[in-house]
Design a binder for this molecule. Structure first.
Ligand code: CDP
Length: 788
């Protein structure tokens, strides 16, 4: 993208270096666990070894004798304050600490407060809990059986394990098309439970000041304001009203959706600090983090396409069974129980579609966080991109040609999808053709044909995904009633230096750099002179936080809007200084000049100084503005990825030879940061495609609860990503930008899965569930007689 501002100003399109990296690279980042407060106590948690058990007794006597242990908090303790249950983001209920039953392995059972982290851990070892284990329900298929025990006996009148049914689209018209279709393809797929596995685990320091009745919580949260409001709603009756609560979200070591929900540990630490009157720190260790929170996916999807013989797609039908674990604590906008799964028609022009979903309780930890995706978009994209390949296989068509035939055409935008979305802009054909050119698609197909003759296994996989990000317009989007706008407040000081505060919260995405670039573009102040601050509810304007790639579409837009308000004020001041009419002035990068007389000008710095020293009569002094931006629609970034794999017949190992990612996120603020987002996202897409899966045995024991078993890819496994872009601006976003943070996580898994299936398709393979591990591939090769 051509830049409008010079590098010294560093507006849109400049790959300026990330401001925040100076402190991260020097080891000077400030994470929750770096903070130490005077008199601070430490909390550690007793967790259930069983997935489903009655608690017969909890004996705290020995624990209380451990040197340094001050208190042991149980469900009964919290019950005394009516704090043993809490609401979830989906208006379900969740135990903070149990009083009689544990519902999943690693569930919090009691908390030990001590003078040191070590004493707290020793105290945990000494708490004696007597359990009576019961048969756990580990899959939704078991949960829906007639003889399955009802898990949520806390819910009066609950007679089964069903949580909700949700459907979208036109069932009847879709069925009619399927009944008469030339060709129908159908695939059952499981998208397994995975974990966000952020480097920093979850934790907080709750600091209650008894004298001022003020609670400050330093917390690993992606949504500090929403958390403050929820705390006030829950604890207002005991005097903790919203102005008395301050949430500070310092540097965050990766969130990926896992730091949106409120976990019991936060609530227990707050309760402990309020009761004891001292700061209480709680930081999860790695295994607690992997076993107890931040889970995503766990969807069983049946996808079907009806098509004409020539490949024209006529209808899409999707049925999903969702495993939500013990409670529905999924992180979704309130009106969307299955998130934005209804983007499942993807990049294709389906005249009709229907999707339905049923969610069930099981004895697993609560799942459903929007792991680097816009609330279930990853699942939707996997379903559509896999089933499109199955259709290509059935028709004997090239998967690229089938896509090109069915893409929504550029002239169809704004496009109304069969499942109710209005796509803002797109050019899917351009992105796919670019990816095909870069990778030399036709040449690869020839090579594949030759290799096949020699018995070698090579596959080419495509994913042409459409995303939906930027939740969102207040008409549709709220979380617990809070509308999902976002905000920016800009204060420019007399000498032309500024501080800008936002309702979002970066977890490594580089907001301190890119938000400053947006303001630099609009006001002409150098980005270097604009300090960006997020994450402190006492100072930042109210916002709904950062997840689901919503920051650029919402707060990024608010930054431009607030800056434009200031530019209007600047125009008035410039007119006063230059003694001309406002209409006679023209804006040029960083100054107003008189039309036709570029030398008669006032720079933004001169104007700002005048706002404090020489402003026009009748105008308020100062140079500040705030914007709360309610987007008119979401943004729909997209991309086309092509992956080439070779499969080792001896081991079943999938080797990614090349991976080309062409992304389109509209106008780009910082190309380097966008590329970084895509590289990280691609690696996070590689992970579930080939390695990661959170597995449970038949008793509900988590068998992947440490990094010895839960396979995160490292630099060694990560291939060289080749990236490119197309630019299709969003027509409704003030700076034409769309979100990008999660595109690659969403788009990569089906490209890889499609490549592996493509390598094996001549053997009759039409689908393999991710993660596609060497044993899985090897057993297919064995079954098909390719190896002994
Ligand atoms: O909400 P989150 O920050 O995770 O996602 P995002 O809005 O997609 O932004 C991720 C990072 O990429 C931020 O630093 C954005 O400012 C930057 N970005 C960009 O430079 N240009 C875009 N068109 C979109 C995002």
């Amino acid at each position: 993208m051509a830049t409008r501002t010079p590098l010294e100003i560093g507006g849109m399109g400049h790959s300026v270096k990330r401001k925040e990296d100076a402190r991260f690279l020097h080891g000077k980042g400030k994470y929750v666990d770096d903070i130490k407060l005077p008199g601070m106590l430490y909390m550690d948690i007793v967790r259930s070894p069983f997935a489903y058990a009655k608690i017969k007794s909890i004996n705290t006597e020995k624990a209380l004798k451990v040197p340094g242990v001050l208190a042991v908090i149980t469900g009964e303790t919290l019950k005394g304050f009516n704090l043993h249950w809490m609401p979830t983001l989906m208006s379900d209920t969740q135990m903070v600490l149990p009083t009689d039953t544990v519902m999943y392995q690693a569930q919090e059972v009691a908390a030990v407060i001590a003078t040191s982290r070590y004493a707290a851990a020793d105290g945990v070892e000494a708490v004696e809990v007597e359990y009576e284990p019961m048969a756990a329900i580990v899959t939704p298929q078991r949960a829906m059986e007639k003889d399955a025990p009802v898990l949520r006996t806390d819910k009066a009148g609950k007679k089964d394990n069903h949580i909700w049914h949700w459907e979208v689209g036109d069932r009847q018209s879709t069925n009619n098309v399927f009944d008469k279709a030339d060709v129908v393809v159908k695939e059952d797929m499981y998208i397994p439970r995975i974990h966000v596995a952020s480097i920093e685990t979850c934790g907080c320091i709750a600091d209650y000041n008894k004298i001022e009745n003020k609670l400050t919580v330093y917390m690993t949260t992606q949504a500090p304001h929403a958390i403050r409001t929820v705390f006030a709603l829950v604890a207002g009756h005991v005097g903790l009203t919203e102005e008395k609560i301050r949430i500070i979200s310092p540097d965050i070591g990766g969130g990926f959706g896992g730091k949106v929900p409120v976990y019991p540990g936060y609530v227990i630490a707050v309760a402990a600090s309020v009761v004891i009157g001292k700061p209480v720190k709680w930081i999860e260790d790695r295994m607690e983090n992997l076993q107890a929170d931040s889970f995503a996916r766990d969807y069983y999807i049946t996808a079907e396409i009806a098509a004409d013989k020539d490949g024209t797609m006529k209808a899409l039908r999707i049925k999903t069974i969702a495993d939500h674990g013990y409670t529905d604590a999924a992180a979704n906008p309130s009106k969307f129980p299955a998130g934005l799964f209804s983007i499942v028609t993807g990049s294709y022009d389906f005249p009709v579609a229907f999707a339905e979903m049923d969610a069930y309780y099981t004895n697993k930890p609560p799942g459903g966080v929007a792991y680097r995706c816009s609330f279930r978009v990853t699942e939707a994209v996997h379903a559509i991109e896999r089933i499109v390949d199955s259709l290509a296989l059935k028709l004997g068509m090239d998967p690229a040609q089938l896509r090109l035939k069915n893409f929504i055409k550029p002239e169809q935008f704004p496009y109304h999808s069969a499942l109710g979305w209005e796509y803002d802009s797109g050019n899917y054909e351009a992105a796919l053709k670019k990816a095909m050119d870069i990778i030399e698609y036709d040449k690869l197909r020839k090579e594949q044909a030759e290799k096949r003759k020699k018995g070698e296994l090579m596959g080419i996989g495509i994913s042409s995904f459409t995303e939906i990000v930027g939740a969102g317009n207040s008409k549709h989007f709220d979380i617990l009633g809070l509308k999902m706008f976002d905000s920016c407040e800009i204060r420019v000081h007399p000498t032309g230096k500024a501080i800008a505060r936002f309702g979002t919260k970066s977890q490594g995405q580089g907001h301190e750099t890119t938000y400053a670039q947006i303001i630099a573009e609009e006001l002409g102040l150098p980005a270097d002179h604009i300090l960006v601050e997020e994450g402190d509810t006492d100072t930042a304007p109210y916002g709904l936080g950062t997840y689901a790639s919503r920051s650029t579409p919402t707060a990024g837009a608010a930054a431009a809007k607030a800056a434009r308000k200031l530019r209007e004020k600047a125009r008035k001041i410039a007119a006063h200084l230059l003694e001309v009419n406002e209409q006679d002035l023209e804006w040029d990068i960083n100054k107003f000049h008189v039309k036709g007389a570029p030398d008669k000008a006032k720079t933004i710095q001169e104007i700002v100084f005048a706002a404090y020293t020489n402003h026009p009569a009748g105008m308020e002094a100062g140079f500040e503005a705030v914007s709360y931006y309610d987007p008119p629609n979401l943004t729909f970034p997209f991309g086309s990825y092509i992956c080439v794999v070779d499969i080792d017949k001896g081991t079943g190992e999938v080797k990614i030879r090349r991976f080309v990612a062409v992304d389109d996120c509209g106008n780009i603020i910082n190309p380097m940061i966008v590329e970084g987002q895509i590289h990280g996202g691609l690696t996070m897409g590689l992970a579930p495609a080939l390695y990661e899966e959170m597995r449970y045995d038949e008793d509900g024991n988590c068998v992947t609860g440490s990094f010895m078993d839960y396979l995160l890819p490292t630099a060694v496994e990560t291939p060289r990503w080749e990236t490119a872009k197309t630019v299709t601006p969003s027509p409704h976003h003030p700076i034409g930008a769309k979100g990008v943070g999660e595109s690659a996580t969403v788009g990569a898994p089906p490209a890889i899965a499609n490549a592996v299936v493509d390598a094996l398709s001549h053997l009759g393979v039409t689908h393999i569930d991710i993660p596609i591990t060497p044993p899985k591939v090897w057993s297919i090769l064995k079954e098909k007689g390719v190896v002994n």
